[in-house]
Design a protein around this ligand. Structure first.
Ligand code: MLC
Ligand code: AMP
Length: 513
C-alpha cells in the first residue's frame, strides 16, 4: 500500500487520462488528466504558501470542482485537509481556526469579509495576536478569481509528497456531546482501505457514473461517494447541491446514486416518480441517518429497486453495508465490512448475546487516529484493545447482520447533519428569562428528525428573541423550528432530564395536520 493515498488515486487518473472525471451539467467538465493536473497546481500553490507536510489547511467554500481538486491537491502535497460546513457562522468558524491552527485558511470571498469584520470586533480579545495567523486565501467557482486563478498560473508539482500510511490526510470535525466540536484525525491508511473495500463490495464497474449531489465538507460526499469512484476511474456527474427535480432529470445519465434518506424521500414525493426514472441506476445507496423500513419499502413499491443501506461515521468511514448481491433487509445496516471487526457491548464493555441491544464497538484499518489535540476524548472513546465506542445502539444477529436501534449519545440527525442538543441548550440557557432548556429530536417527515426546544422560565420569551440569540452563534440547520414552554423539565431520580419523555410528548410537532 502506498503511503500517500493520492498515489492510488493518481494511478487511476493516469490510467484514464481522457475519460471524464467530473461531468458538470451547469459548467465546465474535466477529464482525469485535467483533475490530476489541477490537483498538482493546487498542491503547488499550497507549497508556495509555505504549507509543509502535516500542516493544516482549513477550507470553508461552496461546492465546486475546484474545491474538490483543492482537497486532492492538499492530499498530494501531504497537507492535512480540514473541511468545514458552509453553514457554520463566523463565530463557529473562529473556533475551528483556533483549534486547527491552520497554515492556510481558504474561504468563499464573502466569508473572508465577514471573518475580517468579526476579528476586528474581537480585537480586544487578550489571546488575539498570540498565535501565528494563517494565510487567508479565497476560492470561488470562478477560475479567474482567488486561489483557482493562482493555481492556473502554477506548474503542477512533479511528485506526490511522501507520507506514511499513518500520517494524517484530514481532520474532520464532529460535534461533541459535551463541550465543543472534536477533530477526528483521519490517516491516509484509513482513507485508502475504506475506499478500496467499497470499490470492491459495491461492485464498481468500468462504465459506472456516480450522481453526486451531496455536500463535500462531510465524509459522505468528500470520501465515501468520491473515493471508490475515482479509484475506479469512473465519471462523477457533479451537481452543486441536492434538488429533487434536478437529480431526477439526471438519473438517466448515471448508474449509482448515493444520498441521505431525505434524498430518497424527496424523490419519492416528485409527482409521477417511478421505475421509469430509475432504469439506468444499478445501485441506490443510503446512509448518514436511518432509512426507515417504511421509506425503504415505499421506494421499492414505487421503483421496483431496493436501496442498499450502509452505516458509517466520521471516525470510522463505512462500518457496515447491506450486501450488493444477497438480501438487503429494510431497517438493517447489513454486515461489517470484510476488514472491520465489530462487537456489541453493554455499558461495562462486556459483549452481549446475539440479538440483545448494546453499543456498537468497531475496530479496523478504517478507524481514525484519535481526536486532534484532545487526548482525553480519545481515551474516553477508544478502548485499550483498539475498539472505538460508536455510541450507536444496535443488535447483531447470529449471522452478523446489524440493526441500529437507537443512540446512547445525545445527538439529533436532521437531513444527515448531526446536531448536538448541548450546543443549542448552552445558547438558550444564556437568554434572559430562560431558566433552563432541553433540546430534543422528534420525527420529521422530510429530514428524519426535527429539532424542538423545550424551555422553562417565569414567562415565555418570544420566539424572535430566542431565534436572534441563536442567529449569530449557530449554523441555521441547528436552529430549533419549534419552541415550547413547560413548568418543569421531567427528571429521573438522579436529576437527569428525561429527554425520551420529552421526545414522546412532542413527537407529533412536525407531523402534517
Ligand atoms: C438545510 N437546512 C436544514 C438542513 N439542511 N435544516 C435541518 N437539517 C438539515 N439537514 C435548512 C437551512 O438551514 C435553511 O434554513 C433551509 O433548510 C433551506 O436550506 P437548503 O440548503 O436549501 O436546504 P435543503 O436543500 O432543503 O437541504 C436539505 C438536504 C441537505 C437534506 C438536501 O441538508 C443535505 O444535503 N444533507 C446531506 C448531509 C450530509 O452529507 N451528511 C453526511 C454526514 S457524514 P433557513 O432557516 O435558512 O431557511 C456521516 C457519516 C456517514 O453522517 O455515515 O455518511
Ligand atoms: P457523523 O458523526 O456525521 O459521521 O455521523 C455518524 C452517525 O450517523 C452514526 O454514529 C450514526 O448515529 C448515524 N448513521 C450513519 N449511517 C446510519 C444508518 N444507515 N442508520 C442509522 N444511523 C446512521
Amino acid at each position: 500500500m502506498p503511503g500517500n493515498f493520492y498515489e492510488s488515486l493518481q494511478t487511476a487518473m493516469q490510467a484514464n487520462p481522457d475519460k471524464l472525471c467530473f461531468l458538470c451539467p451547469a459548467g465546465e467538465s474535466y477529464t482525469f488528466a485535467e483533475i490530476d493536473r489541477l490537483a498538482g497546481q493546487f498542491a503547488s500553490t499550497l507549497q508556495a504558501d509555505g504549507v509543509e507536510p502535516g500542516d493544516r489547511v482549513v477550507v470553508q467554500v461552496e461546492k465546486s470542482v475546484a474545491a474538490y481538486a483543492l482537497y486532492l491537491g492538499a492530499l498530494r502535497c501531504g497537507a492535512v485537509f480540514v473541511p468545514l460546513n458552509t453553514a457554520y457562522t463566523t463565530a463557529e468558524l473562529s473556533y475551528f481556526i483556533e483549534d486547527a491552527a491552520p497554515r492556510v485558511l481558504i474561504l468563499d470571498p464573502e466569508r473572508t469579509i465577514a471573518l475580517n469584520a468579526h476579528q476586528h470586533d474581537n480585537a480586544a480579545n487578550p489571546n488575539a495576536g498570540q498565535k501565528p495567523e494563517p494565510l487567508h486565501r479565497t476560492l470561488s467557482d470562478d477560475p479567474q478569481e482567488g486561489l483557482w486563478k493562482t493555481a492556473r498560473e502554477h506548474q503542477p508539482i512533479a511528485e506526490v509528497v511522501d507520507r506514511s500510511e499513518e500520517d494524517l490526510a484530514a481532520i474532520v470535525y464532529t460535534s461533541g456531546t459535551t463541550g465543543r466540536s472534536k477533530g477526528a484525525m483521519i490517516s491516509h491508511r484509513a482513507l485508502e482501505t475504506n475506499a478500496k473495500t467499497l470499490q470492491r463490495i459495491w461492485g464498481y464497474e468500468p462504465n459506472d457514473v456516480l450522481l453526486h449531489a451531496l455536500p463535500i465538507f462531510h465524509i459522505h460526499g468528500l470520501f465515501i461517494a468520491m473515493h471508490p469512484t475515482l479509484l475506479n476511474g469512473s465519471t462523477t456527474l457533479f451537481l452543486k447541491a441536492f434538488n429533487a427535480t434536478v437529480v431526477r432529470q439526471h438519473l438517466a445519465q448515471a448508474t449509482i446514486l448515493m444520498g441521505v434518506p431525505t434524498f430518497y424521500l424527496r424523490l419519492l414525493a416528485e409527482p409521477g416518480f417511478g421505475a421509469h426514472d430509475c432504469d439506468s441506476i444499478r445501485l441506490f445507496v443510503s446512509g448518514s441517518a436511518p432509512l426507515t423500513a417504511q421509506a425503504s419499502q415505499a421506494w421499492t413499491d414505487a421503483t421496483g429497486s431496493r436501496i442498499l443501506e450502509r452505516y458509517g461515521m466520521t471516525e470510522a468511514g463505512i462500518i457496515s453495508s447491506n450486501p450488493l448481491a444477497g438480501e438487503r433487509i429494510p431497517g438493517t445496516v447489513g454486515f461489517a465490512l470484510p476488514d472491520v471487526d465489530v462487537r456489541v457491548c453493554d455499558d461495562n464493555g462486556a459483549e452481549v448475546r446475539a440479538g440483545e441491544v448494546g453499543t456498537l464497538e468497531v475496530r479496523g484499518p478504517n478507524l481514525f487516529s484519535g481526536y486532534w489535540r484532545k487526548p482525553e476524548k480519545t481515551t474516553e472513546e477508544l478502548r485499550e484493545d483498539g475498539f472505538f465506542v460508536t455510541g450507536d445502539l444496535c443488535t447483531q444477529q447470529d449471522d452478523g447482520r446489524i440493526t441500529i436501534v437507537g443512540r446512547a449519545k445525545d445527538l439529533i440527525i436532521s437531513g444527515g447533519y448531526n446536531i448536538y442538543p448541548k450546543e443549542i441548550e448552552s445558547v438558550l440557557d444564556e437568554v434572559d428569562g430562560v431558566t433552563e432548556s432541553a433540546v430534543v429530536g422528534v420525527p420529521h417527515p422530510d429530514l428524519g428528525e426535527g429539532v424542538v426546544a423545550v424551555l422553562v422560565g417565569p414567562t415565555p420569551v418570544p420566539d424572535a428573541v430566542l431565534k436572534s440569540a441563536l442567529e449569530e452563534k449557530l449554523a441555521r440547520f441547528k436552529h430549533p423550528r419549534r419552541f415550547v414552554w413547560i413548568d418543569a423539565l421531567p427528571r429521573n431520580a438522579m436529576g437527569k432530564v428525561q429527554k425520551n419523555h420529552l421526545g414522546a410528548r412532542y413527537e407529533q410537532v412536525y407531523q402534517a395536520p
